[in-house]
Design a protein around this ligand. Sequence first.
Ligand SMILES: [Fe+2]
Length: 331
Amino acid sequence: MSVVIDAQSRSAALAEVNATQVLDNLYAPLEKLALTPGWIDRKEPILRKEPKGFYPPWHWRYAECKQALDAAGRLVDTKFADRRNLVLRNPVEGNNFATTRTFVNAYQMILPGEKARSHRHAPHALRVILDSKGAYSTVDGEKTLMETGDVVLTPGWSWHGHGHDGDEPAYWLDGLDVPLTQLLEPMFFEEHPQGFVDVDVLTEVSPMRFTWSSIQSRTEKAAKDPEGYFGRRVRLEAPTMPTIGIYVERLEAGAKTRRYRSSANAVFCPIVGSGISRIGGATFDWARGDCFTGPTWNWIEHEARTDTILFTMTDEFLMRFAHYYRFEGAQ
Ligand SMILES: [Fe+2]
């Protein structure tokens, strides 16, 4: 059955609709008119009692992904690959690239002396720097270092490229809201006409860079969560990229958070530390630099084995803006 577009065929379909005395015979002409009844049972219902996430919780291990990146470092030149990265594709059937419903993450590596060409795109992006000494980022004419433990921002449509003046390969975790951009469809992308745009002067203090030392001191000073759902937690301010909420929290060795679930989709990365998280039905035994997800409405609890600083990116504030946000704590 196909949709008809010419006026004559529409008239014929309408004649069938008007002549129908039996409900079952209504559906075929409706389909020709690009109409579907709202009252029929669907395999996937439109409304649900509560969220049923498409993306299961998943865990990627930095130590393993790093080996894969090193192999790519031998085989892939940034001269032909704009970015040498490995995308954390949630392996659920039917998914092309996304890590969660709204975010995509990737591990990326740059070799000493390399330059990743400047470009800009509608999606907002950030980087959690996992191992780097001497790599830097340029964002709209500002050059900032990307050192181990830093969180670096690239708001949508800002020109950005990367370079590396150090001696060892540099690694980081990318986080972008590309799946959201794909869903809403305002995707724009542009290569910089001059390739890599270098900047002479290094900016020491920038709202685009949260240094590792500032993350450490801010989480140390942060108050404990009186309800116990989170560790000593602070939000990193990124007002120019409102779709990605960023938290860092300190979980001392042995700390265990109280179980909660929320409508938000979250991606976690321990910048330092090790531990176990139970998310939905999964148990993830994680180490420094790993990436694991907490998709919508999955129960989440973390247990730190060693002193941990846990990075979180979340669509919580997007959900709040839309009045979709819900939070439920375990008793
Ligand atoms: Fe980019």
